[in-house]
Ligand binder design. Structure first.
Ligand SMILES: Nc1ncnc2c1ncn2[C@@H]1O[C@H](COP(=O)(O)OP(=O)(O)OP(=O)(O)O)[C@@H](O)[C@H]1O
Ligand SMILES: [Mg+2]
Length: 327
């Protein structure tokens, strides 16, 4: 999120400029996301709808190969995105809900998606990242957040129909906030003269991570391959589990019972071998020669659960980068 982008975006979309952001300074968000600059000149003015960036499915597929150990997420995301972007007249915006344990690649994949949808990725003026604890921290301000969110989405979709909205930390979002988004996700042709049907909404959450882990562990204990876990083994469990989970951000929200979420995307907990893959990828990204001894040492430093079997990394690949700094 870029400094002042709440205000700027509202103005861009023709809605009265509003400087009061729902939450503290966007600069903190900016720092967390590693976003440092404002949009390029080509993104400065409202885009005619026809100019919205087409999707290169091959490039997306290639980028998704960097996501390790997530055969389900890779498959669903590729299918969802290519299907949606090749449909000239979608009946509703695309809505993905990404679920899984810490450090399993939800933000990582969101970044890949953003970059494939808009060349400047998370830095694009058409990609909006909200972090619950940062932008919507106070429960008593729910109504204010709802109003601001609606204006923000209206303004930005007016400027670019294929805007992308990412809601991170959904499990920490106060119940009700997300209901503000509901009308935009529905099958309306237009709302107040704006069509939201080409927009994309992505929700990220740890909710349901326990259910996913249980299923993965059941497969592992039964000696079955991880890759044999199918979407149908998880999708129903997830949607019901998340709906009934008070801390999912989607608790009893109209989004689920109105079937407005197109895909529940499960992220499996990562194993030792995936952590090693992350270490290697990070070493290559830093221009190091991959040293298998260091790879093993970093991976062995991570903690694994359940206690007896030690199959899954409890932070996924999350601390790999920091740990590698010691070598
Ligand atoms: N499946 C994966 N494949 C490749 N790299 C991964 C994967 N999962 C995590 N990583 C690496 O670890 C970092 C942290 O992961 P990420 O932020 O995507 O986790 P997350 O699922 O959003 O976790 P949390 O729920 O804690 O926010 C990523 O930037 C990436 O470098
Ligand atoms: Mg995350």
């Amino acid at each position: 999120m870029q400094p002042g982008r709440w205000g700027a975006g509202l103005a861009r979309g023709g809605v009265p400029s509003q400087r009061t952001s729902p939450g503290p300074q966007p600069t903190r968000a900016q720092a967390e996301m590693g976003v440092t600059s404002v949009g390029s000149a080509d993104e400065a003015s409202p885009l005619p709808l026809a100019l919205c960036h087409p999707l290169n499915a091959t490039a997306l597929q290639r980028d998704l190969e960097k996501l390790f150990g997530q055969h389900l997420a890779t498959e669903v995301i590729l299918k969802a995105l290519t299907g949606f972007k090749s449909n000239r007249n979608p009946k509703k915006p695309l809505t993905l809900s990404l679920h899984g344990w810490a450090g399993t690649g939800k933000n990582f994949v969101s970044q890949i998606l953003a970059e494939n949808l808009h060349p400047r990725g998370l830095k694009s003026n058409f990609v909006h990242l909200f972090v619950s604890t940062l932008h919507f921290p106070h429960e008593h301000k729910t109504k204010l957040y709802q109003d601001q969110l609606q204006k923000w989405i209206h303004g930005n979709v007016s400027a670019c129909a294929s805007s992308v909205f990412i809601f991170d930390e959904m499990d920490k979002l106060h119940p009700g906030v997300i209901d503000a988004v509901k009308p935009f996700l529905d099958y309306y042709e237009q709302i107040d003269g704006v069509s939201y049907r080409k927009a994309i909404f992505i929700f990220l959450s740890n909710a349901g991570g326990d259910l996913i882990t249980k299923t993965a562990l059941d497969f592992w204990r039964a000696g079955r391959k991880r890759e044999d876990i199918q979407l149908k083994d998880l999708e129903a469990v997830l949607s019901v589990g998340v709906f009934n989970n008070k801390h999912s951000g989607l608790w009893r929200s109209g989004l689920i019972d109105r079937n407005l979420i197109d895909y529940f995307v499960p992220f499996l907990p990562l194993e030792y071998k995936h952590v090693k893959m992350c270490v290697r990828a990070e070493m290559r990204a830093r221009g190091y020669v991959v040293d298998e001894d260091v790879v093993s040492r970093v991976a062995e430093e991570m903690t694994y659960f359940p206690k007896e079997e030690r199959v899954y990394s409890d932070k996924g690949c999350k601390t790999v980068q920091a740990r590698l700094d010691f070598y």
